[in-house]
Design a protein. Structure first.
Length: 409
């Protein structure tokens, strides 16, 4: 006969555990500490097992008997009730974990790790790519639910918007996230592996640049006539003299610059190759920076944002200024000053190795293998940077400059 509620309440602990039978193998185990457990002993195959039905009074007798009936039904069907319960718990845990390990959550974990290895501008571009294009489409989905088809549909939408290169890069970055997730045990497969060739790569288009000497001279004169913000004017004047990457220029900090020593030391954290970079400053570059010094040296950045000195100039400022001077994106860009210098310096006969080092071009294995990599060809580079600034001055005044052929020793 089933135990009454009164008998269940009145069951007192003793110095040893004891059982109160309820029927059909169900019993209440009363422990010396006062805890009361519903249990059922059964056999599955040759093994004797015990299944818990909950504690009293949290689980009343009526509910314990319902659980027993369900367990006996499974046993009659040849299913082990204990194994069935463990399987259900495992599936529930997996479902809960899936809601935690969404694409967006795991991607943000990856971005934190990646941020330690890449330049700030690269980290910002990664964040923009995911937040703008992938999170709205698949960010809410568990990683395991993102199949190759699901991801391809998201990439096709980017393609359809005329952003083919963005779609290609989104696929690459998504693959990096999935490979990170595989190593972390969050997912078993990378769906981007099946998408090889699905997004066609556009033919590489070089940054627009002016390399004709006469047109360079006109550009420099136009820059001198710029009537916009003074800080932007200095950035325009300095860009051709140092020809660093646009992100390195706008992120320049005053502590990096030694005006008395004519040297700009860019820390590896801000460089594409993650290696310190030395930029010898010509007398013209120093003069430009000295003019700016009273305006911005009270803050961190050489070229602070107009919206506040706590952040650097916007990445579009130089390009917008060039457009205001009549130089559109297919003619000249901020990045084009690098191609301008590379083209003309090679024509002038400077050692290609010194030019490439000044452009901070290098293979990763070369960087890792060079102890004093930042100072390679430094004396030649100092002479080259001064000669380059003098050459630009001559072009600006309209002189008929004959390229000076100078091979570094």
């Amino acid at each position: 006969m089933p135990l009454s509620d009164l008998k269940l309440k009145q069951a007192k602990p003793t110095d040893k555990p004891y059982k109160l039978a309820d029927g059909n193998g169900l019993y209440l185990l009363v422990n010396p500490n006062g805890s009361k457990w519903w249990r059922w002993d059964y056999r599955f195959g040759v093994k004797r097992k015990t299944l818990s039905m909950g504690t009293y009074p949290e689980t009343l007798g009526s509910l314990a008997r319902e659980k027993l009936a369900a367990a006996r039904t499974l046993l009659a069907q040849g299913v082990d009730p204990s194994a069935s319960r463990q399987d259900a718990k495992r599936k529930q845990a997996e479902a809960q974990q899936a809601t935690i390990d969404t694409f967006e959550v795991v991607t943000r974990e990856w971005m934190v790790r990646e941020h330690e290895k890449v330049a700030e501008v690269t980290a910002n571009k990664n964040r923009w790519l995911f937040e703008t294009f992938l999170f709205p489409e698949v960010g809410h989905l568990p990683l395991g639910a993102i199949t190759s088809r699901v991801l391809l549909d998201a990439l096709r939408k980017i393609e359809a918007a005329g952003k083919q290169e963005t779609a290609r890069r989104a696929k690459i970055k998504a693959g990096q996230v999935f490979r990170f997730a595989i190593l972390e045990g969050k997912v078993e497969a990378d769906p981007t592996a099946a998408l090889r060739g699905a997004i066609k790569r556009l033919k590489h288009k070089h940054h627009a640049a002016i390399t004709d000497p006469a047109k360079i001279g006109q550009l420099l004169r136009d820059i001198d006539g710029f009537t916009g913000q003074p800080v932007t004017l200095v950035a325009l004047k300095l860009a051709p003299l140092v020809f660093v990457r646009p992100g390195e220029l706008r992120g320049a900090e005053w502590p990096e610059i030694d005006l008395d020593g004519n040297m700009w030391r860019i820390p590896g954290a801000r460089m594409k190759m993650k290696v310190d970079h030395l930029v010898p400053l010509s007398t013209q570059a120093v003069a430009v920076l000295r003019d700016l010094h009273p305006l911005t040296s009270h803050g961190r950045y050489v070229f602070p944002s107009l919206r506040g000195a706590s952040r650097p100039m916007s990445e579009n400022t130089v390009n917008i200024a060039l457009r205001s001077l009549g130089y559109h994106g297919d003619t000249m860009t901020g990045h084009g000053f690098r191609a301008m210098a590379s083209s003309r310096l090679n024509e002038m006969g400077w050692d290609e190795r010194a030019i490439e080092r000044q452009l901070a071009h290098a293979e990763p294995n070369e960087v890792k293998g060079a102890y004093n990599y930042a100072a390679k060809y430094l004396e030649d580079r100092k002479r080259m940077m001064q000669a380059w600034a003098d050459y630009l001055d001559a072009l600006k005044i309209g002189s008929n400059v004959v390229p000076m052929h100078r091979k570094a020793g």
